[in-house]
Design a protein around this ligand. Structure first.
Ligand SMILES: *Cc1c(COP(=O)(O)O)cnc(C)c1O
Length: 380
């Protein structure tokens, strides 16, 4: 099955009892047993598994070319599930530019866990290699990153993690499997904030893990079941429905993203535009190699370098909505330093380049002319 068919049919079956084309929302916590320990079907209790969630999990496995998908109550819950695999003394190497909430979890929630975190620029493969020792258990990569669109070469990192038998997880939230398939490139685990492009309609908080290795899938499912941050049936239904239009939506996100980038790149008030599709983007070659197109996420700074200019711009927007999050059908704008990445200390933000005049756009699927007219009036 090809990808555009998979998003609609991958891992899906019509409901056997009614023939319903979409899986019903099985809004139930528990399932009948015919004799103690003998459930009527495969289901016992919805924390362990629920048919609507199973339908979503099968779809997730299908579109990422994995064998097992797991759906969580948020992207961070999915990340936390992976971290529960480690113990005191273990070391994790993560990219130095990460979603703020991921960074907060690594540095604050796991502060007293005695798990050691290293943050590196993953494009510096020599640096990555130099940090690996016998305690290294996981390499964590986000690509493209939020908000600076840095990239890591998934294939190159996978060569190293395979050689050292270290798990390799990729946060594929920004790219989606329509544009990039980390498991095919050698990663062990794909993580998603399904709140974003997979759900696609800004109406649900959800997370996902997808793996190829069945034993790893079983281990992560045990951790999910035993800690309990699973996705409810209604939310599972919403993400499943979102996935059906993933290809169409991401195609339009990419087209509109490119038009917005072209406009911003030629605007006299705009300084740097961060977009992996730009020929002068430092990682454009990696982007071309591992991504089908370049997505709808765009960040930029102002020639003036002034925070006030970025705030004034954001306040003037009318079609773009000033709000956290991304990946929905509607265009959103965000000020990373004051909003999504405020939990990263100012000196760390400055170190990686999240300046106070940086704006991040999640370009939606509206008419590009309206989006550009909105940017035009807000930049005036
Ligand atoms: C939003 C986001 C997360 C966290 O996901 P939630 O669903 O908000 O918990 C993780 N990684 C990236 C890249 C994100 O954009």
């Amino acid at each position: 099955m090809k990808f555009n068919t998979k998003v609609i049919h991958g891992g899906q079956h019509h409901d056997p009892s009614t023939g319903a084309v979409m899986p019903p929302v099985y809004q139930t916590s528990t399932f009948i047993q015919t004799s103690p320990g003998k459930p009527l079907a495969d289901y016992e209790y919805s924390r362990a598994s629920n048919p609507t969630r199973t339908a979503l999990e099968n779809a997730l496995a299908s579109i990422e070319n994995g064998t097992r998908g797991l759906a969580f109550s948020s992207g961070l819950a999915a990340t936390d599930c992976i971290l529960r695999s480690f113990k005191a003394g273990d070391e994790i190497i993560a990219m130095d530019d990460l979603y703020g909430g991921t960074y907060r979890m690594f540095t604050r929630i796991y502060k007293d866990s005695a798990i050691k975190f290293h943050f590196v620029d993953m494009t510096d493969i020599a640096k990555l290699k130099s940090l690996i020792n016998e305690n290294t258990k996981l390499v964590w990569v986000e690509t493209p990153t939020n908000p600076l669109m840095k990239l890591a070469d998934i294939e190159e990192v996978a060569k190293i993690t395979k050689e050292h038998k270290i798990w390799f997880a990729v946060d594929n939230t920004f790219a989606t499997p329509y544009l990039q398939k980390p498991l095919d490139l050698g990663a062990d685990i794909v993580m998603h904030s399904a709140t974003k492009y997979l759900g696609g309609h800004s109406d649900v908080i959800a997370g996902a893990l997808i793996v190829k290795d069945e034993a790893l899938g079983e281990q992560l499912h045990f951790q999910q079941f035993a800690t309990g941050a699973t996705l409810g049936p209604m939310d599972s239904f919403l993400v499943l429905r979102g996935i059906k239009t993933l290809s169409l939506r991401v195609q339009r996100h990419c087209e509109n993203g490119e038009k917005v980038v072209e406009y911003l790149s030629n605007h006299p008030k705009v300084n740097t535009v961060y977009y992996p599709g730009l020929k002068n983007h430092p990682f454009h070659e990696i982007a071309k190699k591992q991504m089908k197109a370049f997505g709808g996420m765009v960040s930029f700074t102002f020639k003036s370098g002034k925070k006030e200019d970025s705030i004034a711009f954001l306040e003037k927007l009318k079609v773009f909505t000033l709000a956290e999050s991304l990946g929905g059908v509607e265009s959103l704008a965000n000020h990373p330093a004051l909003m999504t990445h405020a939990s990263i200390p100012a000196d760390k933000r400055a170190e990686v380049g999240i300046t106070d005049d940086l704006v991040r756009l999640s370009v939606g699927i509206e008419d590009a002319e309206d989006l550009i007219a909105d940017l035009e009036q807000a930049l005036a």
